[in-house]
Design a protein around this ligand. Structure first.
Ligand code: SAH
Length: 243
């Protein structure tokens, strides 16, 4: 089936800007008045493309990163756009020891999980971790991206306990929104997946926030290129299976 309604959920404005530019999207000022989330819309070869970002704190001007804002943004985006597929695009940390390099693009597969939701009551651990299956990104394999499980937590740094959980869960990418976005999409029964550009290698020994800022421009430029390839593929390929 040809996909003609795609919505991107993106945490930070700096991550969204190159994608907005790439697709020449225009801001939809009617999107959720009174709330910080913002949206841009447009068309690519007959496919409606929209982007929703978490927005900024009016007090300090910083992006609302993290799962709470991503949850609300995803719900608002679905209510407004009713997309056929949701793509959580953004940046992530990855592991040099697992073969990652800064600037590389990964697609989520086969699932996303929370690495810092630890609920050790019998039966509750997997429920807390989520283990949300993503849309079958293997259909995009000719695009040449890397694949991996994305794990989501509420901190940029990685405590030893987080690292232990990430390794146990088989995580290759570490972010702060993916599991929230995929969860909300799954509640609405909308297929969803992540495309993540690596800004930092969490096992490089360098402080993550420094690496993140150093590589943000490079990674987000690659991210926009990757998103363009994905939309073009989804828009033109009549054999895409959504479920
Ligand atoms: N200091 C930055 C804040 C960015 S926080 C600034 O003020 O510009 C990191 C954002 O990028 C989150 O939205 C998260 O999803 C993603 N991210 C990139 N690298 C990450 C990592 N190593 N761990 C967790 N999230 C990461």
């Amino acid at each position: 089936m040809r996909i003609n309604k795609i919505t991107f959920i993106i945490a930070m404005e700096a991550e969204a800007k190159p994608i907005i530019k790439k697709f020449s999207l225009l801001e939809d000022k009617t999107f959720c008045p009174g709330l910080p989330m913002r949206s841009w819309v447009g068309e690519f070869e007959g496919t409606n493309v929209s982007i929703v970002i978490n927005g900024k704190d009016s007090g300090n001007g910083l992006d609302f990163i993290g799962t709470e804002a991503a949850t609300l943004a995803t719900h608002l985006a679905i209510e407004k756009f009713q997309p056929q597929i949701i793509i959580n695009a953004g940046t992530a940390g990855a592991f040099a020891s697992k073969g990652a390099h800064v600037g590389e693009i990964y697609l989520s597969y086969p699932k996303v999980v929370f690495h810092d939701h630890r609920v050790d009551i019998p039966g509750w651990r997997p429920h807390g971790e989520g283990h949300f299956k993503v849309w079958d990104t293997e259909q995009l394999k000719t695009l040449g991206f890397k694949y991996g499980i994305v794990t989501t937590g509420s901190s940029l740094d990685m405590l030893p306990e987080d690292e232990k959980q990430i390794n146990r869960l088989g995580g290759k990418l570490k972010d702060m929104e993916a599991a929230a976005v995929i969860w909300v999409a799954s509640l609405h029964n909308i297929p969803a997946f992540c495309v993540k550009a690596v800004t930092d290698l969490v096992d490089s020994g360098k402080p993550t926030h420094e690496e993140f800022l150093e590589n943000l421009k490079f990674a987000t430029t690659n991210l926009a290129e990757g998103c363009f390839k994905i939309v073009r593929f989804l828009a033109y390929n009549p054999n895409i299976r959504l479920k």
